[in-house]
Design a protein around this ligand. Structure first.
Ligand code: GDP
Ligand code: MG
Length: 354
């Protein structure tokens, strides 16, 4: 899963990126190239830690989220564009946007106005999607004028007209009621307002946990979490023991990485299943509602192709019973077929034959 930190300039994106990935923050202004800085954040699922203790495997693999951050535009003049075309193009390939909102005082920008910044950002994304829509509509009109008109193209035209009206009234594409076919038809456009958005309220230490009202306002529209970006960047560079003391002080119960990955999973509708054994204990990411055969495919296509059955038990039953043997004795061990809907925390062993 690819999650991109985005938002207005100087909102603390790079600071948060650095806190989450334990990398050095970017110094100064960008080179002008809009190439994202990428890093992997492990989904620190404590169930995997526990399973690893139980099975003592050669290798333990946590699920991963790919995180992206963009350098600041080189052009810092009054009328520079905060969202140049190259940046928008990069944003399109992301699975979700993590929108960072400044909630700390800044010498130049003054007091924070997170709600207003969110509206500004949202407006930028609406405009970007509108431009894409209008360009495509224009192309289609030209084709129609030249007599190139198929039912398929007419359908696309009608759908884009609907999208245009929506965006022109300053609403997001994902707020439209669309049929599954229409949704499929839109996929190629990768509209920015059709992606899941996760808001990260980046609070100064003085405001952290004092911004309930702002958070509530934001949560009327988007899932939101609160970070104390600068503080958490400093934490990520400390020894674990020291970090713990400072976290207690500010009332931060879990690391930024844990809070972010948890929320990202939830908003994207992902769940984890596990595979265990003496070689490897591993977390796998699938969509909520995926079936056993889909879980098999997440591991390897051959497993899906030659799927026979899934041997299955649940993490909670394992920890309650104490061992795999006791899970079997207590009748919690199951054999499931292709159509079984995998649950978060299932431990699977796929039997297959090819
Ligand atoms: N007080 C305070 N300052 C922050 C916080 N996060 C970022 N900053 C400062 O805001 C400025 C811009 O941060 P940066 O991460 O480069 O923002 P970006 O442009 O969104 O990547 C830097 O001077 C940071 O030190 C925060 O949580 N609190
Ligand atoms: Mg930055």
């Amino acid at each position: 899963m690819k999650l991109c930190l985005t938002g207005l300039p100087q909102s603390g994106k790079s600071t948060i990126f650095s806190a989450l990935t334990q990398t050095e923050p970017e110094a100064g202004f960008g080179s002008g190239k809009q190439e994202p800085k990428l890093a992997v954040v492990e989904v620190l699922d404590e169930r995997i830690t526990r399973l690893s203790e139980m099975y003592n495997p050669k290798k333990t693999v946590y699920a991963k989220i790919e995180l992206a951050d963009f350098p600041a535009p080189a052009d810092r003049s009054e009328n520079s564009n905060d969202f140049p075309t190259e940046l928008l193009r990069e944003l399109k390939v992301m699975d979700a946007l993590g929108i960072v909102l400044r909630n700390f005082d800044d010498t130049f920008q003054g007091s924070p106005k997170p709600i207003k910044d969110l509206e500004t950002f949202s407006g930028e994304m609406v405009v970007a999607d509108l431009i894409v829509t209008e360009n495509r509509l224009e192309k289609l009109s030209h084709s129609f004028a030249r007599g190139q008109k198929t039912l398929e193209l007419q359908r696309e035209f009608n759908l884009l007209q609907k999208i245009k009206v929506q965006l022109e009234s300053d609403k997001k594409v994902d707020a439209l009621d669309l049929t599954p076919e229409e949704k499929k038809q839109l996929r190629g456009f990768q509209f920015l307002t059709n992606k899941p958005w996760l808001v990260i309220l980046n609070s100064g230490e003085d405001r952290f946990h004092n911004s309930a009202e702002q958070l509530e306002n934001i949560r009327e529209y988007y899932p939101a979490i609160e970070f104390a970006g600068k503080f958490e960047m400093e934490l990520s560079q400390m020894e674990a023991e020291d970090a713990k003391l400072f976290m207690d002080d500010l009332g931060v119960t879990e690391s930024a990485a844990v809070r972010l990955t948890d929320s990202a999973y939830r908003i994207l509708g992902y769940i984890s299943f596990f595979t265990v054994g003496p070689d490897e204990v591993r977390a796998w990411t699938i969509r909520k509602g995926a079936k056993a055969v889909g879980a098999a495919a997440a591991i390897h296509n051959d497993l899906a192709r030659g799927f026979i059955r899934a041997e299955c038990f649940h993490y909670d039953d394992l920890t309650a019973c104490g061992s795999e043997k006791d899970v079997r004795q207590k009748g919690k061990f199951r054999l499931e077929g292709k159509e079984y809907v995998v649950q978060d925390g299932d431990i699977l062993n796929i039997r297959f034959n090819i």
